[in-house]
Design a protein around this ligand. Structure first.
Ligand code: NAG
Length: 419
């Protein structure tokens, strides 16, 4: 029996309320590709099965029905792909400017404008209902799944169970698994169509199961909160709802680029150091591009991620709402800036970051490779500039009679290419 057939059977004979709809078969075939054909080691398979039996007992005690449990775990097999992906995160640290360059690329802007045009109707209704700008919702969509292109193709119960069993961030995966069972019990989706990333993020805007339970909404009015199908309506409304419930204030920008006056005390920047816009203005801070500052009385913080010479931003409570969605300043800046570009505002005014031209990840790897080749071991070629690489740079510079800066920059790479 092919897994596609099994998934379709599950769809029609499962926990009752779900009736399969179109559009899911391709994802089901993806499941087979990633999930099942990798010959997992027999001891792992047996281990996970025993773990699931114990887990079922606990879930049952907390109100998950036998029917849901059977339905959810039927056909679940230890999934090596979930483990592989959990170990393969793109963990190299990108400089913020490099991250933003990719996040707010021309392509993501073009595709974002196309998405706004195609889904303008639903996005406007979402904006009216939740008070979150349609460009912000679209920017989140673009960041999370490149506008629906990459929603995650792993069978969710299987990957959460596999990671929970392996004990990797055990509490997180066990509680996400429990939330996923509650979703199945509610009848919003069946296990064959419940796919996501290895870490359990699902659908167009990558809700993890606990977020789904707390914030997902049925915007189409069909009785299901459907974030998995090709129609993004429920996902977009759910994102706006999550931001609204996280304190989003209608009409306020999340982050606005500003220019610092010469000699500005950068110690005034940072989270928690709130001042009104007019206080910042009295210190000489000015709007940097065509994006107007928030109203004078708005409470804001000053972010100076690139140092005094780089771009600086005033951030509002809406920035913090985006951080609830994904707790990284780089992410929130990307969403805010991409949304501004989709609104038609120009790019950042201040060069990024002016004082550190820096090297791209590929160039940093080349630099490490050349240093090691020339006898200055960087202890690996991963693009991460840590103490080993800095020491190697210094030693190289010393040996060549250059100023010893330890800085990975374009001049250094050119030197290295010569010898
Ligand atoms: C993110 C969640 C966020 C949660 C965080 C840490 C979404 C959209 N975002 O994936 O709510 O606080 O993980 O677990 O689900």
């Amino acid at each position: 029996v092919s897994m596609a057939v099994v998934a379709l059977m599950l769809g029609s004979c499962g926990a009752g309320s779900y009736a399969p709809r179109g559009g899911g078969v391709a994802q089901t075939q993806q499941e087979i590709k990633w999930g099942r054909n990798q010959n997992p080691p027999a001891d792992k398979v047996a281990g996970l099965n025993a773990w699931i039996e114990r887990y079922k007992g606990r879930a049952r005690a907390q109100g998950i029905s036998d029917q849901t449990l059977d339905f959810a775990f039927r056909g679940v097999v230890y999934n090596p792909e979930a483990i592989r992906r959990s170990q393969n995160q793109a963990e190299f640290k990108k400089a913020l400017w490099e991250y933003l360059e990719n996040a707010v690329s021309e392509k993501r802007q073009t595709n974002g404008r196309a998405a706004l045009a195609q889904y303008g109707g639903v996005l406007s209704r979402v904006e009216a209902a939740y008070g979150v700008d349609k460009e912000v919702v679209t920017a989140v969509w673009g960041m999370e799944s490149t506008y629906g292109e990459r929603r995650g193709d792993l069978p969710l119960i299987e990957s959460l169970a596999t990671l929970g069993y392996e004990g990797y961030r055990g509490d997180f995966f066990r509680s996400q698994l429990f939330a996923a069972l509650k979703i199945l019990q509610s009848g919003d989706i069946d296990p064959g169509h419940m796919t996501g990333s290895w870490a359990g993020a699902m659908g167009h805007t990558q809700f993890i199961p606990t977020t789904y339970l707390a914030y997902a909404v049925d915007f189409t009015g069909d009785g299901r909160r459907d974030i998995w199908s090709n129609d993004p309506s429920d996902s977009l409304a759910s994102t706006a709802n999550y931001l609204a419930k996280s304190g989003w204030q209608r009409g306020l920008p999340a982050a606005v680029e500003v220019t610092l006056p010469p000699g500005f005390n950068t110690g005034l920047g940072g989270k928690g150091k709130r001042r009104t816009v007019s206080e910042w203005q009295s210190m000489g801070i000015r709007q940097a591009n065509q994006r107007p500052l928030p109203p004078a009385g708005t409470s804001t913080e000053l972010l100076i991620p690139g140092g005094a010479d780089g771009a600086a931003f005033l951030i509002t409570r809406n920035f913090h709402a985006i951080l609830r969605y994904n707790n990284a300043d780089s992410y929130a800046l990307a969403v805010a800036h991409l949304a501004d570009r989709l609104k038609g505002y120009p790019g950042l005014a201040n060069p990024w970051p002016a004082s550190h031209p820096g090297l791209r990840i590929e160039q940093r790897k080349e630099m490490q490779q050349l240093l090691t080749m020339r006898g200055f071991d960087t202890q690996g070629v991963d693009g991460n500039v840590g103490p080993n690489t800095t020491n190697a740079i210094r030693a190289y510079q010393q040996s060549r009679g250059l100023p010893v800066t330890g800085q990975p920059d374009a001049a250094l790479l050119q030197q290295l290419r010569r010898g």
